[in-house]
Design a protein around this ligand. Structure first.
Ligand code: ATP
Ligand code: FE2
Length: 333
């Protein structure tokens, strides 16, 4: 009997620093996953500059994703892109590229929600079935789970994302961007725990007060960078793990999935595993390439929605920088 080959989706990610392109097959094989990060010496992101970076490298990244997958644009059936949420300037570049490719090459088009894509690629990569997602990235920090037909946000940051908080702290200490890995290295040399404000409000967290406190402590000259980095991680990751655990208790779910670049941090991974072990739950951690912003998750999310019958008309393909996770209509579960 003739076997039909699974179709291919080209996914495009451009919500913030990262421009990515990836080819994924309908049966969940990631054939390529290319990305390039907009970085600066001083750390901050100027949306227009990031968008300009994406314009300059988009062709190269898409070409490279096709080459690595040993495919040409002719082999692609479907183009998916991050339609929400994110920085408007950056989202629009990915949206424009996806719309152009779909219309010039006559491909089907799907727009996806970036936060939900983090959860779905995690399910694909780890075989978690129905997890609570602790999603901690640069701009986003949310605890998300599927309940009552939607992806609900059970808790979130009330001010900045965990990654932006850690990167700002790193900048105060004089470390470059991205600060997350450097802070982790420093924390391993920390010996003394310094008490810091611990800000959990119900299922939400906040970081600005902790940041001010850390800056004051650092400028006082009384504390070492190493001890501050160590104490920051212990405090902030305990907050994240606490709200994730509360969401698990509330929903009765027995799986935790990590997502977002901050989840690459080995100490956060360790704390999440300990919490899960203590409550007899499972902890799922995808490989780093699927934790940070990546286009494979956008391609896979596109496939899930396409299989569920979603189609996006080019004239409806406007990006939505502020769409909330719980406003997304879920057709694929
Ligand atoms: P978005 O909020 O749109 O997802 P983003 O592009 O900032 O935005 P990510 O790539 O998911 O998000 O995460 C970036 C964060 O992850 C940064 O704060 C960075 O310092 C941190 N990070 C990345 N890699 C590591 C690592 N290996 N160890 C610790 N932290 C890391
Ligand atoms: Fe992300």
């Amino acid at each position: 009997m003739k076997q039909t080959k699974p179709y291919l989706c080209l996914g495009i990610e451009s919500t913030a620093h990262t421009f990515g392109a990836s080819v994924v097959s309908g049966d969940g094989n990631v054939l390529s996953n290319e990305r390039k990060l907009f970085t600066t010496e001083t750390g901050g992101i100027v949306p227009q500059q990031a968008a300009e970076h994406h314009v300059q490298i988009c062709e190269e990244i898409i070409q490279s994703a096709l080459e690595k997958a040993k495919k040409s644009i002719k082999d692609i059936k479907l183009v998916s892109f991050s339609q929400s949420p994110g920085l408007g300037h950056c989202l629009r570049i990915g949206g424009m590229v996806a719309r152009s490719l779909a219309s010039i090459h006559k491909k089907d088009l799907i727009g996806v929600n970036h936060c939900i894509a983090h959860l779905e690629i995690g399910r694909l990569a780890t075989k978690a079935k129905d997890p609570v997602l602790l999603y901690a990235s640069g701009a986003n920090t949310q605890v998300i789970a599927y309940e009552g037909g939607k992806y609900r946000i059970f808790g979130e940051t009330l001010d900045m994302g965990t990654g932006n908080f850690i990167d700002t702290f790193a900048r105060i200490l004089g470390l470059g961007f991205p600060g997350g890995p450097k802070i982790y290295e420093l924390s391993l040399k920390g010996k003394n725990f310094i008490p810091l404000p611990y800000t959990v409000k119900g299922m939400d967290v906040a970081f600005s007060g902790i940041l001010t406190n850390l800056e004051q402590k650092f400028r006082s000259g009384k504390f070492s960078k190493e001890d501050l980095a160590f104490s920051m991680q212990e405090t902030v990751f305990a907050m994240l793990v606490e709200v994730a655990e509360r969401a698990m208790a509330h929903t009765g779910k027995e799986e935790l999935l990590l997502g977002g670049g901050v989840a690459c941090n080995k100490r956060l991974q360790e704390m999440a595993k300990i919490m899960c072990e203590e409550r007899g739950a499972k902890c799922f951690i995808p490989p780093n390439e699927f934790l940070v912003d990546n286009a494979a998750m956008i391609a896979w999310q596109g496939i899930l929605q396409y299989n569920a019958g979603d189609r996006l008309k080019i004239e409806k393909a406007k990006v939505d920088p502020y769409l909330r996770t719980d406003d997304v209509k879920v057709t694929w579960r």
